[in-house]
Design a protein around this ligand. Structure first.
Ligand SMILES: [Zn+2]
Length: 186
């Protein structure tokens, strides 16, 4: 993000995403790679919850141009006159609160707590996403289901026939008690 609005003639700040066709699937180019397009970022939020566009509105002389971090912060009531754009290589020193415009903006609640697309999609469909701590699969309740199924699987007679193995897997999974599954989904 630049501190100033995007200069005239330069592509405005945005994010690159896959081109999605009418069938909801990515569109591929002649080179076999997924086609990309640049789109504007979604609105930020002021502390009162109202939207803050990151781009100048219709009718503005720089309509559709990225405002830059300084203006975004000023619109939030911050005085950034003497604030540097960004600490070198964005390696801010603790406490990393308001040492530079970038850090100050990134510390704003709406910037810190951006919802992932997964959460947005699930919420819209009435589901709540619960993220488990990374690298701690033992906390994932589905592991208890796998563990139970594997223990039951080992009780079946040994066989090298694919049909036997497939049947044993299905039977072992079917033997997982519902109470175990319920704990996973509740
Ligand atoms: Zn900084």
């Amino acid at each position: 993000m630049s501190i100033k609005p995007t200069a005239e003639g330069k592509p405005t700040f945005g994010v690159e995403v896959n081109v999605i066709g009418d069938d909801g699937k990515p569109v591929y180019g002649p080179n076999g790679k997924v086609l990309k397009q640049k789109i504007c970022m979604a609105d930020a939020k002021f502390s009162d919850g109202s939207p803050q566009s990151l781009y100048f509105p219709a009718g503005h002389p720089q309509e559709g141009v990225f405002k830059g971090t300084a203006i975004l912060l000023q619109e939030r009531g911050f005085d950034v006159t003497d604030l540097r754009t960004q600490c070198p290589h964005f390696k801010c020193k603790p406490p990393m609160l308001d040492c530079c415009c970038c850090r100050l903006l990134y510390n704003q609640p709406d910037f810190c707590d951006v919802e992932s697309m997964l959460e947005t999609h699930c919420k819209a469909r009435g589901f709540q996403v619960l993220f488990l701590p990374k690298f701690h699969c033992e906390l994932n309740l589905i592991e208890q289901c796998w563990g139970y199924a594997k223990r039951e699987y080992r009780k079946f007679p040994a066989s090298s026939l694919e049909a036997d193995l497939e049947r044993n897997v299905v039977n072992a999974l079917d033997m997982v008690p519902l109470v175990c599954m319920r704990r996973f989904f509740m």
